[in-house]
Design a protein around this ligand. Structure first.
Ligand code: PAF
Length: 291
């Protein structure tokens, strides 16, 4: 029932079983919301689940650390996993059903089909993680086909991911609503991420340079600065002042097309990826708008 926390949450592993449950729910006239995750849940995920709870009769959360979106040498093996903890958080947020398939069930022997969104997958994270978005769009398309949601919810911290998924859904006539939810931050400003768990206390402190950079750019924008070079320079100075931080990208782009802009304006995206030790963190904002 919409808005009512679930008491008897189910876990489903098999894509065929999940599909059958969704088909039954749809036949009974129920609406389905999906929150796709890779697990190791935090309050950012919980905000997606709470919103999903409000929007549909059946709230499904998927937990799947998707191998095809990790490049060679990335953190697929090390990615944090804790299903019991995730189950507790999901139950509290009112999830009815966790879909948690194994990689061998999602990518069966002989698998060879991928979904590729072109131009907007290329810059930013697409440039530093070649093939990443092809893995994301492939798994998300599969999740949509398996869970058959009426609405799917994603966080805006992964701004480009959300844009790429929206593009895929529109281009492939997928019959569902894609909802983007605000970034959830720790009290000191750090954007919530499962990867924050990799940070040592010293790195955790250093990681604040991302949100500080964003605050700085927001401030300059509010005072009328529009010149892209100067806005980026101010953020770069904040990152450079942190000895543990190495900037991977720092860009101002149009929030719709993701094309680079020389002058910031309404709807301009500031996006950054920074390495703190071995941990790669991303953050972003739309200048002039709240998270
Ligand atoms: O944002 C994530 O956690 C993942 O990229 C997603 C959307 C669940 C696909 O694996």
């Amino acid at each position: 029932m919409k808005g009512i926390p679930s008491t008897d949450m189910r876990i489903v592993e098999s894509p065929a079983d999940m599909q059958a449950l969704s088909r039954t729910a749809r036949t009974a006239g129920k609406t389905i919301a999906l929150v796709p995750t890779m697990g190791y849940l935090h309050d950012g995920h919980a905000s997606l689940m709470r919103e999903g709870r409000k929007r549909a009769d059946l709230l499904v959360m998927s937990i799947f650390v998707n191998p095809t979106q990790f490049g060679a040498g990335e953190d697929f093996d090390a990615y944090p996993r804790d299903l019991e903890r995730d189950m507790r958080i999901a139950a509290e947020a009112g999830v009815d059903l966790i879909f948690a398939p194994k990689a061998s069930q999602m990518y069966t022997a002989g698998y060879q089909t991928y979904v590729n969104v072109e131009d907007i997958s290329l810059p930013l994270c697409g440039a530093s993680r070649p093939g990443h978005f092809r893995g994301v769009t492939t798994v998300v398309a599969k999740l949509f086909n398996i869970v058959m949601p009426h609405v799917a919810l994603f966080g805006k911290k992964d701004f480009q991911q959300l844009a790429v998924i929206r593009r895929m859904a529109a281009d492939l006539n997928m019959d569902l609503e894609i909802v983007g939810m605000p970034i959830v931050r720790e009290v000191d400003g750090l954007a919530m991420s499962s990867r924050n768990s990799y940070l040592s206390p010293e790195e955790r402190r250093a990681a604040l340079c991302l949100s500080r950079g964003i605050v700085e750019a927001r401030k300059l924008f509010a005072f009328g600065e529009r010149e892209s070079g100067r806005l980026k320079g101010a953020v770069a100075a904040v990152i450079a002042a942190e000895p543990l931080a190495v900037s991977e990208y720092l860009e101002l782009r149009d929030g719709g097309t993701l094309e680079e802009v020389a002058q910031a304006g309404s709807g301009t995206l500031l996006a950054l990826a920074v390495r703190i030790g071995k941990t790669r963190l991303i953050d972003n904002c739309i200048l002039g708008e709240p998270d």
